[in-house]
Design a protein around this ligand. Structure first.
Ligand code: ADP
Length: 259
């Protein structure tokens, strides 16, 4: 589904910054992969390159066999800042419908997709509201509904729950898992939260600090049915957390994989 090959990104300017040095990894169709790494490790840069919002300095991003040179049609992105990603003058319904209009989806089909997506995220009864009338968690659910209604083949999420409270965050994590299982969509989820990466992912890719390379990939061999209480108190969860935590600590200390 997605192949990132030797991706390098240098921000050019008065002082050039090598944010990503050499990233190579692949994501299979229908997989849910999390990316963790210390703050400043280049996670957002990576996601912007994958989303075609930023050009790579060298290397390539290949999605469904096509090299990414601009925003690919089969992709949707959910950003951390839901407040800035929704249009305040549009209702919830109009926000979710908007990309479908741009995709020229016929009206009846749009109505079906928007209403199903809002139903799936539990917001069917507030579709007339404006984003600013809703809580942060609800606004992020609107952004998720908008992504889901678009029927993407791949969904990119950049720290989407960093700004909501813990309880809402847990609910949204379960929502993402449920939607992923129901829709069979491929998900690439970036987070700096180690527990979240293990709870959500089938695999966790740990990044080094900048200039970034892949430090290690950790397979999450937990049962497919995740539960906030049972999964998080599973001894295997604790082992995986310890493993990823150690790797992220090493990344912060500047540890890099052997050349
Ligand atoms: P993360 O998402 O892991 O916190 P980022 O991708 O935001 O990391 O940033 C990686 C590095 O690239 C940081 O050193 C950051 O300062 C730098 N960087 C990010 N965006 C820009 C930009 N537009 N211009 C210059 N440097 C940038």
């Amino acid at each position: 589904m997605l192949e990132v090959r030797g991706l390098r990104k240098v921000y050019e300017g008065a002082r050039s910054v090598e944010a990503v040095r050499d990233l190579t990894f692949a994501v299979g169709k229908g997989e849910l992969v999390c990316i963790v790494g210390p703050s400043g490790a280049g996670k957002t840069t990576l996601l912007k390159c994958v989303a075609g919002l930023l050009g790579c300095t060298s290397g390539s991003v290949v999605l469904e066999g096509e090299t990414v040179t601009g925003p690919p049609p089969g992709m949707a992105v959910v950003f951390q800042e839901y407040g800035r990603s929704l249009f305040p003058w549009m209702t919830v319904w109009q926000n979710v419908e908007r990309p479908l209009k741009e995709k020229r989806v016929p009206k009846a089909e749009r109505r079906r997709l928007v209403s199903e997506a809002l139903e799936a995220v539990g917001l069917a009864d507030v579709h007339h509201s404006h984003p600013w009338q809703l809580s942060g968690g609800m606004q992020q659910r609107v952004a998720i509904a908008r992504a889901v209604a678009y029927e993407p083949h791949i969904l990119l999420m950049d720290e989407p729950f960093a700004a909501v409270d813990a309880q809402t965050r847990a609910d949204l994590e379960d929502l993402v898992r449920a939607l992923w299982q129901r829709l069979g969509v491929t998900v690439l989820f970036v987070t700096h939260d180690i527990d979240e990466s293990i709870y959500l992912g089938q695999r966790v890719i740990v990044l080094s600090n900048a200039p970034t390379v892949v430090l290690e990939e950790v397979a999450v061999d937990l049962p497919g049915e995740r539960d906030q209480l049972a999964t998080r108190s599973d001894p295997r969860f604790a082992e995986l957390r310890a493993r990823v935590y150690t790797l992220v600590q090493r990344a912060k200390e500047g540890h890099r994989p052997p050349e």
